[in-house]
Design a protein around this ligand. Structure first.
Ligand code: SAM
Length: 340
């Protein structure tokens, strides 16, 4: 029972993320016409403090740009790209891509979360014409597994507890919908912290093996994809005073963070991918990204939206969140010419 309470607290973090997004959209930081259709009672949502709005904006914008670069890369290779979002919650990224300028580069988009979360999302999709119109003609969209899963030509919503052994829970549901021969991007946006380090490692390793052909009986050398990518967004470095405050706040709400400890500093974060044979990986804090990557006009636009008098406090918060991304070139690392 304690576990059920703890899981409910973890699922609740999705509502928090969605409400933060609604607030950032309402304030003008982000544009997202889809989020009000996914979150019930979105109109009654409270505004978040400026600091949270800015954090939500920096995170969302940075991940959007990485995803866009990934879609453009696939296009250069004249391939469509697959995106798998783990712990997708109420995320609207599929709808934003599928209605945006890069829609033709998207092969398929797969979202995974706890059954309670996927059921609510599937219901919201069915109820909303705005959301379902993007999925395709009604006859091409269907619910399965008692309404916990939804399938459309380019979109799949799947109920899985990601802490369970991937070979048991992922293999069967992804086998038919995830091609092992297309460029693929894995998104872990604020989810790995809720899992033990060994469960996250098993998850990333399972995907790595899937694309290397070892976990996929139909995948041989000839149909290997060129490239596998991953993006992780997470809190890190929680050993300091700020970290203690954050952990205590979450504990008070019954949220446990079994995955918060293994990466104490920015320089250790790329190991998330490098440990699984990724060719390259890099991590930046939201503080770095805000300062160096958004560009002066965006920075100015954002600061004009909020009365923020405590830039130091903002930086303290933003430097405890990081985006890590990795790329694995497949079929080259262990090619025979290298072995000789
Ligand atoms: N990725 C979304 C975003 O960034 O807006 C949602 C983030 S929310 C903080 C964390 C999500 O991960 C929740 O929807 C939660 O249900 C999901 N999650 C956490 N642990 C999970 C697990 N073991 N299996 C499946 N989903 C999980």
């Amino acid at each position: 029972e304690r576990n059920q309470d703890a899981d409910a607290a973890i699922r609740q973090t999705d509502s928090d993320a969605a409400l933060a997004r609604i607030s950032a959209v309402r304030k003008g930081h982000l544009q997202d016409p889809f989020i009000p259709h996914i979150v019930p009672r979105a109109r009654q949502a409270h505004s978040s403090p400026p600091l949270i709005n800015i954090g939500t904006y920096v995170r969302s914008e940075a991940i959007d740009r990485l995803v866009e670069q990934w879609l453009d890369l696939s296009k250069q290779d004249e391939k469509v790209c697959q995106i798998v979002s783990l712990g997708a919650g109420s995320d609207t990224r599929f709808w934003r891509i599928a209605t945006g300028p890069r829609k033709d580069s998207l092969g398929s988009y797969i979202e995974i979360d706890f059954p309670d979360v996927t059921t609510k999302k599937a219901m919201a999709i069915r109820k909303s014409k705005v959301l379902s119109d993007v999925l395709g003609p009604p006859e091409s969209v269907h619910l399965s597994h008692g309404g916990t899963a939804l399938h459309a030509p380019k979109y799949h919503l799947l109920p899985v507890d990601l802490r369970l052994p991937p070979a048991e829970v992922l293999a069967s549901c992804l086998h038919d919908i995830l091609s092992s021969s297309l460029p693929t991007l894995l998104l872990f946006e604020c989810v790995l912290v809720y899992m033990t380090p060994s469960a996250s490692a098993a998850l990333i390793q399972w995907f790595t093996d899937y694309f290397a052909g070892t976990a996929n009986p139909s995948g041989g050398l000839s149909n290997r994809p060129g490239i596998l990518g991953g993006i992780v967004y997470e809190m890190f470095g929680l050993g300091d005073a700020f970290g203690q405050v954050m952990m205590n706040n979450l504990r008070a709400r019954n949220v446990t963070l079994p995955g918060a400890t293994p990466y104490p500093s920015l320089s250790t974060l790329p190991a998330r991918f490098i440990n699984h044979g990724f060719t390259t990986a890099k991590a930046l804090t939201l503080r770095n990204i805000r300062r160096d990557y958004l560009g002066p006009s965006e920075l100015e636009r954002i600061s004009s939206l909020e009365m923020l008098d405590e830039v130091e406090e903002l930086n303290l918060v933003l430097e405890h969140y990081a985006i890590t991304w990795g790329v694995k070139l497949l079929g080259t690392v262990d090619a025979p010419s290298r072995a000789r």
